[in-house]
Ligand binder design. Sequence first.
Ligand code: XLS
Ligand code: CA
Ligand code: CA
Length: 441
Amino acid sequence: MKKEFFEQVPVIRYEGPKSANPFAFRYYNPDEIIEGKPMREHLRFGLSWWHTMTADGTDMFGRGTMDKSFGGKTAMEKSKNRACAAFEFMNKLSIDWFCYHDRDLAPEGETLAQTNENLDEMADFVADLQKENGQKVLWGTANCFNHPRYMHGASTSPYADVYAYTAAQVKKCMEVTRKLGGENYLFWGGREGYETLLNTDMGLELDHMGRFLRMCRDYGRKIGLGGVFFIEPKPKEPTKHQYDFDTATVFGFLQKYGLLDDFRVNIEANHATLAAHTFQHELATARVDGIFGSIDANQGDLLLGWDTDQFPTNVYDTTLCMREVRKAGGFTVGGLNFDAKARRGSYTPEDIALSYIAGMDAFAFGLRKAIEIEQDGTLDEFVSNRYRSYRETEIGRMIENGTATMEELEAYVLARGEVTDTLESGRQEYLETVLNRILFH
Ligand code: XLS
Ligand code: CA
Ligand code: CA
């Protein structure tokens, strides 16, 4: 008989909003058809291998509180048991996707060749589990930030040998991701950034990173990685100033280095707040710039100024997020990867399931409410009406279609006089009440 790793966790089913069963979904009903497709396809939930299968609660002040060996004794045995446990967990929670770093899947060896062998063995193992269970890779990525060789950065390291090592590691990770049928491939900046300009040539480092990503794209396409390359913005941590600060910064970078056709952003909620933006702002920026790709679903704590990667339960955020996702045309390539971990004190295997249920239900609630907001129409009508002078007046139409000149605008205002009388209230508090009415009826 197949070994069960999460014995304490039953198969999680939808029981509706009134259910008080902790091991049930109240809003996520995976196969419920909404607008012609099942909820699971609207939300495309993903499991993060690192937080879920390997991270043991170690933090800056203390050792691990969770046993993530899943009964394995050697490093490879642990990796294999983790993989079996991951698929069991995804099956029990109706999760269809997963994301990983190369080093989450397999342990590092003494040499790169040995490390690659371990990774190949694990890739075959995981590929078999995929065949048996059906889950797919939303994205893979290389961990080019943990090892001491990356202390000064990876593709932005001042040392050419480290740049070369980074390329070798990413090459292998792309090949593995291709083997596992990965839809997309991700670059999170890791240590691509700096602490002080006293020792840093920023222009050179950015050029190296741009060149590196072009090389990765070309190699990825060459081996048949057909999806999207994601960049995940983050403003700080581990470096003081990360080069991929936020979505707007990444957009400028992609433009400058000619990467816009192949790259989009993977937006993480906690990184948005670290950049002093709302999650919604980052999503809206990506939509407006045409580079919305995928989401790392989590939330930070505004009283703790670091990357806490908590499971998302704030329904205002999940609703406004799903509203943006829908405005961007839904998830066409990406999904909602839970880059989130149970708190260090929530150390039992049940807590992992309860955390995922909390996050999945918060986003399922958000999806349902985002649709209700559209059906209600009040917010969309308000915004549209606010800009009506660009449609309904002659001068507005001239501005809108780009024909108005400075001279014409000056002549218009000289003839019309003061314009303050045209302004209306922004009605922010009323609109917040509209949102509450829809969320909590
Ligand atoms: C770290 C990032 C990282 C990426 C994948 O802050 O969130 O986990 O998502 O490397
Ligand atoms: Ca992330
Ligand atoms: Ca994070």
